[in-house]
Ligand binder design. Structure first.
Ligand SMILES: NC(=O)c1ccc[n+]([C@@H]2O[C@H](COP(=O)([O-])OP(=O)(O)OC[C@H]3O[C@@H](n4cnc5c(N)ncnc54)[C@H](O)[C@@H]3O)[C@@H](O)[C@H]2O)c1
Length: 389
């Protein structure tokens, strides 16, 4: 069978990760598109793409493309994913799927019944120790969940001179810290617990009220030319309390201004019999606490449950990390696009919609200073108010 032909829209930090994973999944990189034809040429050379397209809009419709990876700034996700699906392409669209729930619902509707694969890279699901936690919760071994809590902390936007398109609501969306990283945490909370976040109460903090413009600067890159100082309208940090449909309580702190924290996603599930904690900066381990003793499980395919061992590609003691999660996710997507079925747990556009609906509720709660219900479904009502009264 001829290799599937991938196209990468957006060639910054994550575009390069997608290209590598697609290649490992057996695809050829048919083309790339970036913010200008010139940067697409440069990226094509670096990523080994057959072609640099002048625009992403042209690329996602190209007959020589089978799978479109959308890795652009957030405001382009909806139009590019819609165009790609309309042109019959499988789509991997970065989070947030759209800037609001109504936009994400449009994409879910467009993908539904199309026969195309449509996925969102909530790749933290692909850590074997996350799958192990999910097995322990799902089997009832931890007992009924009472609390889900944790944080997702970064420091790459600590200073006023740290800028990125994410800061600007026009390109990044009205929520930054929550939509960008809190959404990953909430996806894990729901994925592992099997529960849905139904209500939220949020407070947002904009700690750095003005930031330098940073046109053309890649995510996580510090230094380099900075533009004029501009007012910031998106949050640097957010604190969210929540309830789930099974009666668990939870809390999350998400921040992009926590000095010394690079990408510390930490999440704990406290059941009636056992607590389970996953720390993304120690991803080879799962902490399991019982009243009599706490143990630290190591990632070892020989001892993990089979759903977790499925993603343990190396023997214990040979660390796996973020790139391996991405590779596993993209490999599952390509296997499904080649005619297989979607592997259990693959994050689909419906999961991107969940994240967008929770983000809408968090924004409303922070703005209005009250608990807000998370709308469970906008199907057939994309123009309806996103947040329940
Ligand atoms: N799933 C994850 O774990 C994960 C991690 C990081 C980023 N992301 C998501 O990936 C997306 C990109 O983030 P990033 O960190 O790579 O940002 P980045 O700033 O490093 O890269 C964005 C790229 O988009 C390109 N671009 C800008 N305008 C464009 C246009 N009109 N057409 C084509 N390309 C254009 C830029 O040239 C740049 O190369 C965001 O939506 C972000 O939320 C997801």
């Amino acid at each position: 069978m001829a290799p599937l032909r991938a196209a990468i829209a957006g060639t910054g930090f994550i575009g390069g990760v997608h290209a590598r994973s697609a290649r490992l999944a057996g695809a050829s990189i048919a083309g790339v598109a970036a913010s200008s034809p010139r940067s697409a040429e440069d990226a094509a050379a670096v990523l080994g793409a057959e072609r640099a397209f002048d625009s992403a809009e042209e690329m996602v419709r190209d007959p020589g493309v089978d799978v479109v990876h959308i890795c652009t700034p957030n405001h382009l996700h909806l139009p590019l994913a819609e165009a790609a699906l309309a042109a019959g392409k499988h789509v991997i669209c970065e989070k947030p799927l759209a800037l609001d729930g109504a936009g994400a619902q449009r994409l879910v509707d467009a993908a539904s019944g199309s026969g195309l694969q449509a996925a969102v890279p909530f790749v933290y699901r692909y850590y074997p120790m996350v799958r192990e936690a999910r097995e322990r919760v799902g089997s009832g071994g931890a007992g009924a969940l009472r609390l889900i809590h944790g944080s997702y902390l970064q420091d790459w936007l600590l200073q006023p001179e740290d800028g990125n398109w994410r800061v600007d609501a026009q390109t990044g969306g009205a929520s930054r810290a929550f939509a960008d990283i809190g959404s990953h945490w909430c996806d894990l909370a729901e994925f592992v617990s099997g529960q849905r976040i139904t209500r939220v109460c949020a407070r947002m903090l904009t700690a750095v009220p003005e930031r330098a413009g940073a046109e053309g600067r890649q995510a996580f890159a510090s230094g380099g030319p900075s533009g004029e100082m501009r007012p910031v309208t998106t949050e640097d940090a957010v604190v969210v309390q929540f309830e789930t449909d099974a009666g668990a309580l939870g809390s999350l702190v998400a921040s992009q201004v926590s000095a010394g924290r690079k990408n510390r996603l930490w999440i704990e599930f406290d059941g009636a019999d056992e607590s389970l904690a996953f720390d993304h900066e120690q991803p080879e381990e799962l902490w399991c606490g019982r009243r009599e003793a706490a143990t630290v499980l190591q990632r070892d395919p020989a001892t993990l449950s089979s759903p977790a061992a499925r993603y343990a590609f190396l023997p214990g003691g040979h660390p796996q990390g973020y790139a391996d999660c991405f590779d596993a996710f993209v490999a599952d997507l390509y296997a499904a696009a080649r005619g297989g079925s979607a592997a259990e747990g693959m994050p689909a556009f419906t999961d991107g919609l969940r994240a967008a609906l929770i983000t809408d509720a968090v924004l409303t709660s922070a703005r209005e200073g009250r608990w807000v219900d998370v709308v469970s479904d906008l199907a057939g009502a994309v123009d309806a108010p996103v947040v329940a009264p």
